[in-house]
Design a protein around this ligand. Structure first.
Ligand code: CDP
Length: 213
């Protein structure tokens, strides 16, 4: 059977990562968090005191990215959130990261999460999911994560950052975030991670059956 590609897109803190990891384990597929690529580019730009809006500098960093950059512990700060969204709006940066994402699925298939997986990176993915949740619920989840990291922030600041980043990700010219026409939209505002997984796994199992037929 042809290996499966599962694309999971959606706004910040919608539960993509948790769901993607669980699906990867359940269906025995490699997992790639593509947001980490943009975060790592942003981290390198900031480390080199460059301006994230500088397309030349950011593209150079995207081309120089290594696996080690993806393992850094300082990719999930609010400073990196903002810079990642800026570098992600630059078409040459996105182009520099495309081959790696497509190659990742290789011969084994993959679960990938991000903003443009079902629309640009894998428009022919076997399963496309678009996760949403109310901004209040997403802010609550991200605030809890930030507190657990020891960060000093407020729920209001986290929500304002999420809203600004969602708006930028939705309205940019390069690969704007939106559900693919054939994506299954899952609203996780009132369901927990177990229910989201059960709903998604049912969709993947149905797609598997139609691949076998
Ligand atoms: O974890 P969270 O949902 O907050 O963000 P992320 O998935 O780590 O992505 C960080 C930023 O990278 C997003 O705000 C997007 O601007 C960008 N991104 C993107 O443009 N395309 C992707 N496929 C993944 C992330």
């Amino acid at each position: 059977m042809k290996p499966m590609v599962i694309a999971i897109d959606g706004p910040a803190a919608s539960g993509k990562g948790t769901l993607a990891r669980r699906l990867a384990v359940a269906f025995n597929l490699p997992y790639l968090d593509t947001g980490l690529l943009y975060r790592a580019v942003a981290r390198r730009v900031l480390d080199h005191c460059a301006d994230p809006t500088d397309a030349g500098a950011a593209t150079e960093e995207a081309r120089s990215l290594t696996r080690i950059d993806l393992d850094r512990a300082d990719l999930r700060t609010s400073e990196v959130d903002r810079a990642a969204s800026i570098v992600a709006s630059l078409a040459p940066v996105r182009a520099a990261l495309l081959d790696f994402q497509r190659g990742f699925a290789g011969t084994k298939g993959a679960v990938l999460d991000g903003r443009d997986i079902g629309t640009i990176v894998f428009p022919n993915a076997d399963v496309k999911l678009f996760l949403t949740a109310s901004v209040q619920e997403r802010a609550r989840r991200r605030y809890a994560e930030r507190l657990a990291q020891g960060s000093q922030t407020t729920l209001e600041a986290v929500q304002a950052d999420l809203e600004a980043r969602d708006e930028a990700d939705r309205t940019r010219n390069a690969a704007p975030m939106h559900p693919a026409l054939d994506a299954h939209v899952l609203d996780t505002s009132t369901i927990d991670a177990d229910h989201a997984f059960a709903a998604a796994a049912a969709i993947v199992n149905a797609a598997k059956k139609s691949l076998i037929r």
